[in-house]
Design a protein around this ligand. Structure first.
Ligand SMILES: [Fe+2]
Length: 410
């Protein structure tokens, strides 16, 4: 499929086919799977399967659907994970894929789907080899049972895969991999610890803000982004303070879904471009890397799209209609900094990061800046940084937020 050409006024808006939302939504998985056949390939990480696997198997078996389980997905799903899942899909003659988990499980499931109906190795479908929309055939039905409040992968046409041989990541992007059913059940995110609630929530905020300010933004994803930002401003801190607050958890589930809908139809931008190399060098989880970078990139970019950043500030309640855009825009990054402070974001660096000395960090800055530019994401940013500006941004982030004695950590 070719993508409609915005220059001709046509747009492609992708979305999961159905969204089942609310407490107990997971119990409908069996019924949905039964619509598609009699054998379901269940794909999960071992940790998540331990927590929620029994409940998922119960709904499938209750509906007369035989589950076949593949529960060895790595936190960053690999080519091998996708091949192993596909072997089971073939040998057990499965009809439908059911993923249990966040982005890792969903992306592994999408990858198995690609191999199930298309010839070739998963690497050949990467955008660097096949381009965007490089998956020619529709993939089998996929039901994504989401267990995080961040990635929004159940709403997207992207697969992020780790090539374990080269330890690099590649992405596959196609409307053919968007899940058919997204299950958003707040009971499944209740056990998400405060740390992961914090970083996945700010990852979702990053998706929404980046989609909203992207040079590829337009009306439809803009509205998804606005709704996502408003919900995050209202409910994120409550969901972090009390994981059992199912109302706040539900709002965050909707927010991260809408943020996924926003960026998959617009794009991500500079934060994601910088977060990938920063995360790889410092061993930071994706959401934490984004969260650390977001306020600095917003501050750097605000003057290039003041009306958009001003709206972000208004959604956060730190500016109103009377506030001139130029003034409001500068407050958006402050609002995000404050939000990070409220969920003790930098306190998680100790446990989840590997922060080098300033000298060691400065040595890898040029490479991180090059990798960021090569990802293509900075070109979507309203202000595209020069290589020197990117390096400066990386240094600012270290001095202000990453160094053990930095203002935000001490
Ligand atoms: Fe992300």
């Amino acid at each position: 499929m070719t993508e409609p050409d915005p220059a001709n006024g046509t747009r492609l808006v992708v979305s999961p086919g159905k969204i089942v939302l609310g407490k107990g939504a997971v119990d409908s998985v069996g019924e949905y799977a039964d619509l598609y056949g009699s054998t379901a390939l269940v794909i999960a990480t071992p940790e998540i399967f331990d927590i929620h696997g029994d409940r998922l198997l119960e709904t499938l078996e209750g509906a007369g659907v035989e589950p076949v389980t593949y529960t060895d997905v790595d936190p960053d799903p690999t080519v091998a994970n996708i091949e192993d899942g596909y072997d089971l899909w073939e040998s057990e003659d499965c009809d439908v894929i059911v993923t249990l988990g966040g982005g890792s499980s969903i992306d592994a499931g999408k990858g198995v789907g690609v191999l199930a109906t298309n010839d070739g190795e998963i690497r050949e479908f990467g955008v660097d080899e096949a381009g965007y929309e490089g998956v020619p055939n529709p993939t089998p039905p996929l039901i994504a049972v989401n267990t995080t409040t961040g990635t929004g992968s159940e709403a997207t046409r992207t697969i992020v895969v780790t090539d374990q041989e080269t330890t690099t990541k590649f992405i596959v992007v196609s409307q053919n991999v968007v899940p058919d059913v997204a299950i958003e059940d707040p009971e499944l995110v209740r056990t998400l610890p405060p740390s992961h609630t914090a970083f996945t929530g700010i990852d979702a905020l990053t998706h929404a803000v980046e989609a909203f300010v992207s040079v590829k933004s337009y009306s439809v994803p803009d509205d998804f982004a606005r709704n996502a930002i408003r919900r995050i401003a209202d409910s994120f801190v409550a969901s972090w303070e009390d994981g059992d607050d199912l109302e706040a958890r539900t709002e965050m589930l909707i927010a991260q879904l809408q943020a996924g809908q926003a960026f998959t139809n617009s794009s991500v931008a500079l934060v994601h471009g910088m977060a990938r190399p920063l995360g790889a060098q410092l061993h930071l989880p994706h959401g934490l890397a984004n969260a650390i970078l977001l306020p600095y990139v917003m501050e750097f970019s605000a003057d290039a799209a003041p009306e958009k950043y001003a709206e972000v500030a208004r959604l956060f309640g730190v500016a109103d209609e009377e506030t001139p855009d130029s003034v409001a825009a500068d407050r958006a990054s402050d609002a995000v900094l404050e939000l990070c402070e409220e969920v003790s974001l930098t306190s998680y660096l100790e446990q989840f990061g590997d922060i080098p000395s300033r000298e060691e960090y400065l040595e890898v800055v040029p490479k991180m800046a090059r990798d960021a530019i090569d990802s293509g994401s900075p070109a979507n940013n309203p202000r595209e940084p020069s290589p020197e500006e990117l390096e400066e941004l990386f240094v600012t982030v270290y001095d202000d937020a990453l160094a053990p004695d930095s203002p935000r950590r001490s």
